[in-house]
Write a protein that binds this ligand. Structure first.
Ligand SMILES: [Zn+2]
Ligand SMILES: [Zn+2]
Length: 137
């Protein structure tokens, strides 16, 4: 198990038991939405409120410890901040996966075409995952 306590400290965040548990859950699932996180937190912290979960998640996002992954027409999911990557979203089972591909071509093309000073490249592919494709057959 990773040392979440010192990870949090690096980001100037207090290592509360709730936060430690949240981070564990986020790491385990890779990407989690607030509702699922709230549900699993309740087994250990029955009195935690949804507002507290939001507050904690937002402060960890503000500090850059967590990254919000926006998916069209879906609730945002949260992940531990990692090296920049793109996402794959399965429209059938709702799974979200990381994919490490070079998006610099998109970046270059978009800045050249638009003249924008682009700061972030957020790429999410939608489709049907391998497992769901196998089920369809
Ligand atoms: Zn799937
Ligand atoms: Zn990711």
């Amino acid at each position: 198990m990773k040392d979440y306590k010192s990870m949090l400290k690096e980001y100037n965040l207090k290592a509360t038991p709730q936060r430690m548990y949240m981070i564990g859950e986020i790491e385990k699932s890779g990407h989690i939405d607030i509702d699922n996180l709230y549900e699993s937190l309740q087994t250990f912290f029955p009195y935690i409120s949804l507002a507290t979960v939001y507050k904690n998640i937002n402060s960890m996002v503000d500090n850059g410890f967590l990254t919000e992954v926006k998916i069209p027409h879906q609730k945002s999911r949260y992940e531990l901040t990692k090296e920049s990557h793109a996402h794959l979203f399965c429209k059938e089972c709702g799974k979200l996966e990381d994919i490490y591909i070079d998006t610099s071509m998109l970046f270059d093309a978009a800045s050249k075409e638009s003249g924008y000073r682009i700061t972030d490249t957020l790429v999410t592919f939608e489709g049907i995952c391998k497992e769901c494709q196998a089920k369809d057959r």
